[in-house]
Design a protein around this ligand. Structure first.
Ligand code: FAD
Length: 283
C-alpha cells in the first residue's frame, strides 16, 4: 500500500526505527518490530546510514519484515549523497522485488571523511529520478526551524517546494520541541503553495545525553520549559525520563488538537517508550 493513501481518512500515527548498530545483534530489531506491531502504527519507516547504523545494513530487509510479518506499511529511507544513478537503480529494483512501495528520499548528511558522489546534490534530484524510474510513493524531509545549512527558513521552504514539485507526496518533519514553530511553519508552507500532508516529528527526551547529541546533530532548539526540566532533573535520570515522556505526550495531544496531518514518533528502537506514549494518547 502507498503511504499517501493513509492520510485520506485519519491523523496518521507512524514510527521510525533504525537498523541495528554493529555491536547489537540483528535479532534485537526483530524483537523491537514485534513489540511495535502491537501498537498498530499506520506505518514504520526505517532509516539508512543515520545515527551510526552501518549504511545499507538491512534497511530493505527490515522493511520487508515489517510488511510481510507485521502487516504494516513500511517506508525505506534512501539518502542520495553517496549514491550514483546506477546504485539507486539497483536499490529501486531490490525494493520492487521485496514489495517495498514507499521511499523517504533524502540528500543525507555530509560526511567530513568521505567525498560525496556527484549524481544527487539535493533530495529534489533524487525524488525526480525515483519518480522517473519506478512506481513508488515518495516522502521527503522538512524542517520546522529550517535546515541547519539553509540561510533562512524562507529559502529552505523554497527548496522544499522543489521537492514537492519533483514528486514528494507527503513530508515528515525533523524533531522539534516547540509546537508554535510547527504551526508557524505550516502557515508558511500554505503561503508558499505547499499543500501535501506534513507529519510532525516527535522525539521524546529520555536522557540528557541522547537529547544533547540529537539537538547538536539536527540544530533543533530547546525551549525554556524543557531546558528547566533538564536542569531540574540533571542528576535524576528516572525523573528526567518521566518528565520527557510527559512533555512528548503534551506535544502530541496539542498537535492533534491543532489538526496536524500526522505524528511521526522517533522511537529510537525503544518499544517501551513507544508503548507508554501510544497508550497515553489513545483516544
Ligand atoms: P535537501 O532537501 O536536499 O536539503 C539540504 C539543504 O540543501 C537544505 O539546507 C536546503 O535548503 C538546501 N537546498 C535544497 N535544494 C537546494 C538547491 N537547489 N540549491 C541550493 N540549496 C538547496 N539522514 C540519513 O543519512 N539517513 C536517514 O535515514 C535519514 N532520515 C531522516 C528522516 C527525517 C524525517 C529527517 C527530517 C531527516 C533524516 N535524515 C537522514 C537527515 C537528512 O539526511 C539531513 O537532514 C540532510 O542534511 C538533509 O537532507 P534533505 O533530504 O532534507 O536535503
Amino acid at each position: 500500500m502507498k503511504a499517501i493513501e493513509l492520510f485520506k481518512d485519519r491523523t496518521v500515527y507512524s514510527f521510525e526505527v533504525f537498523p541495528p548498530k554493529p555491536d547489537v545483534p540483528i535479532e534485537k530489531i526483530y524483537e523491537t518490530l514485534a513489540a511495535l506491531e502491537t501498537l498498530h502504527p499506520d506505518f514504520i519507516s526505517v532509516t539508512y546510514g543515520a545515527g551510526g547504523s552501518v549504511p545499507g545494513a538491512s534497511t530493505a530487509e527490515i522493511c520487508r519484515t515489517i510488511q510481510e510479518k507485521h502487516h504494516t506499511v513500511a517506508i525505506a529511507h534512501l539518502p542520495g549523497i553517496n549514491e550514483t544513478r546506477e546504485s539507486v537503480l539497483k536499490k529501486l529494483a531490490q525494493f520492487k522485488a521485496l514489495g517495498i512501495e514507499n521511499i523517504l528520499a533524502l540528500r543525507g548528511d555530509r560526511n567530513p571523511n568521505a567525498a560525496p558522489k556527484d549524481d544527487f546534490h539535493y533530495a529534489s534530484e533524487l525524488i525526480a529520478f525515483i519518480r522517473e524510474h519506478g512506481d513508488f510513493d515518495i516522502a521527503a524531509a522538512c524542517y520546522p526551524e529550517g535546515h541547519p545549512e539553509a540561510p533562512d527558513l524562507d529559502t529552505d521552504i523554497a527548496h522544499l517546494k522543489e521537492k514537492v514539485q519533483a514528486g514528494a507526496s507527503h513530508l515528515i518533519s525533523q524533531l522539534f520541541y516547540r509546537n508554535k514553530d510547527f504551526y508557524v511553519f505550516r502557515e508558511k508552507l500554505a503561503a508558499a503553495g505547499i499543500s501535501v500532508p506534513v507529519e510532525a516529528g516527535i522525539m521524546p527526551v529520555t536522557s540528557k545525553k541522547s537529547i544533547e547529541r540529537m539537538v547538536s546533530l539536527c540544530g533543533a532548539s530547546i525551549p525554556k520549559r524543557l531546558a528547566k526540566l533538564m536542569a531540574r532533573y540533571a542528576d535524576d535520570p528516572a525523573s528526567l525520563k518521566a518528565a520527557g515522556l510527559e512533555y512528548a505526550i503534551e506535544q502530541i495531544m496539542d498537535l492533534r488538537e491543532n489538526g496536524a496531518d500526522g505524528i511521526h514518533l522517533y522511537t529510537m528502537n525503544n518499544p517501551d517508550v513507544a508503548r507508554y506514549i501510544t497508550e497515553a494518547i489513545a483516544e
